[in-house]
Design a protein around this ligand. Structure first.
Ligand code: NAG
Ligand code: NAG
Ligand code: NAG
Ligand code: NAG
Ligand code: NAG
Ligand code: NAG
Ligand code: NAG
Length: 406
């Protein structure tokens, strides 16, 4: 049964009665690498994903011929090492909260080898992404990560796939279960790795905690995923929770409502007021609906740089904090947090001496139910708890929230 059919008021009181999740599994390290194919820019990749997510949301019918599940053409890949089978065969999987199937075999040199724990289901799994596809056989097998073993996990073993970075084996889909519904011929939904870990009592809370730190090199291990809880050593104070949004299409993902304001003191300009959007580990930038983006661009005096596609400024004098209201909490997204890490300028086609901004254009106007994406530029400044069990999302500040690391 899908949580989205439960009454919101019941969820809110449940959330209040059962606050922050506690310690979960030993942390799973997340490695990060940039993945920008020649001829593409980072903002264009993010925009394409945002549009694919909007079009593919299944619950109220897909729009504009949307594909079954979102694009996984991501400019920054966060990967985890996941074991499948017994003894476990190790796979490098993209950690994705914007899709929900788990599959392997994209790297044809590391094909899935069934073991004693593998049960073929005789079904074919098919997933079409905005920029790629996966077709494979469905198996049930044991999945191990972070010291947890999950049995009877339905996975796909690729026969063919396309459009994925060569350095990954597939995807660990941690998002909304509804996204799996059109990936089997039967149309049945598939419990995600998180769903099964919870139903099998392998974890004590139906929660994932994610910590990222601002990157300082092209490829590094700067993230951490906690299964079944949060890692309170990674954030300050308490997590502030907000219920999942009820607005389509954001509700089909990890969706929340938030407001975004730019400025300081008496000079604050609202960019978005209590609108729905999503939190997404597969988006690199902090994306705003086009009209809100235009106001931000105007206020900062930034122009779009042709080479990188990002906003650029000659001086950061006009940059002010963004204030992001989520539930009852206002998170300050500082001026420094709005700068692309300078040490990575040349990896995105930029110049060393230039200043680029990480606020991007989502590619469609506000008011369409998916008006922002809190991508990794946001997540590397705030701790993120995806509390699926209580249908809520939590954030907290971290030592990186106000870091001047750029
Ligand atoms: C595969 O696992 C699911 C639960 O994740 C279960 O419902 C299904 O019956 C299993 N299929 C087989 C063939 O064991
Ligand atoms: C896993 O599936 C097998 C049948 O394939 C079943 O006997 C067993 O009870 C299942 N275990 C769990 C924990 O669901
Ligand atoms: C593909 O898998 C093989 C075998 O595990 C590994 O040696 C190789 O590095 C992988 N390819 C890439 C591009 O990561
Ligand atoms: C989110 O905002 C929409 C209007 O933008 C509103 O209808 C909804 O009640 C709000 N709250 C939730 C939890 O979705
Ligand atoms: C911002 O917009 C106003 C008009 O709405 C315009 O007069 C002003 O020049 C713009 N500022 C910048 C920096 O583009
Ligand atoms: C930055 O300065 C250069 C040279 O003075 C100018 O051509 C460019 O338009 C300026 N860019 C911005 C964003 O102000
Ligand atoms: C740009 O900066 C990087 C590291 O910050 C450095 O390795 C590289 O040599 C620089 N390139 C130029 C052209 O200055």
């Amino acid at each position: 049964m899908l949580l989205r059919t439960l009454a919101l008021s019941a969820l809110a009181s449940l959330a209040a009665a059962r606050p922050a999740a506690r310690a979960g599994s030993p942390p799973v390290q997340l490695a990060r690498r940039l993945n920008i194919p020649a001829g593409q820019t980072l903002p264009a990749i993010d925009r394409a994903r945002a549009q694919a997510l909007k079009a593919a949301a299944p619950s109220h019918g897909k729009k504009n011929g949307g594909t079954a599940v979102p694009a996984t053409n991501t400019a920054v890949l966060y990967t985890a090492e996941v074991g499948i089978g017994e003894p476990p065969q190790t796979f490098t999987l993209i950690v994705d909260t914007g899709s929900s199937n788990t599959w392997i075999g994209a790297n044809t040199s590391n094909p899935y080898v069934p073991t004693d724990t593998s049960v073929g289901t005789n079904d074919i799994m098919f997933i079409e992404y905005g920029s790629g596809f996966f077709i494979g056989l469905e198996y049930n097998d044991t999945v191990s990560l972070g010291g947890i073993s999950i049995v009877n996990q339905t996975i796909g073993a690729a026969q063919w796939s396309g459009g994925f970075a060569a350095s990954v084996d597939g995807i660990l889909g941690l998002g909304n279960t509804i996204l799996t519904t059109e990936t089997l011929p039967s149309g049945q939904s598939i419990p995600t790795v998180l769903d099964n870990a919870w139903s099998q009592h392998a974890i004590s809370e139906d929660v994932i905690g994610i910590a990222f730190a601002p990157p300082d090199s092209y490829s590094d291990t700067n993230g951490e995923l906690t299964f079944g809880g949060v890692d309170s050593s990674k954030f300050k104070g308490d997590l502030s929770f907000v219920p999942f949004t009820t607005t389509y299409p954001a509700m089909d993902y990890v969706g929340i409502n938030q407001s975004v304001t730019f400025g300081d003191g008496a000079h604050k300009t609202p960019l978005l007021s209590n609108v729905a959007g999503i939190v997404d580990t597969g988006t690199t930038l902090f994306l705003l609906a086009s009209d809100a983006f235009a106001v931000y661009q105007n206020l900062t005096g930034a122009v779009i740089d042709d080479a990188t596609g990002l906003l650029t400024v000659n001086s950061t004098d006009s940059l002010k904090s963004l204030f992001i209201d989520i539930g009852d909490t206002t998170f300050e997204f500082t001026k420094d947090a709005q700068l692309w890490p300078r040490s990575l300028n040349t990896y995105i086609g930029g110049k060393n001496e230039s200043t680029y901004l990480i606020v991007g254009d989502a590619g469609s106007p506000s008011g369409e139910g998916l008006d922002f994406i809190n991508g990794f530029a946001f997540l590397e400044r705030f701790y993120f708890a995806y509390d699926k069990g209580n249908s809520q999302v939590g954030f907290a500040t971290t030592p990186f929230t106000t870091s001047k690391a750029n």
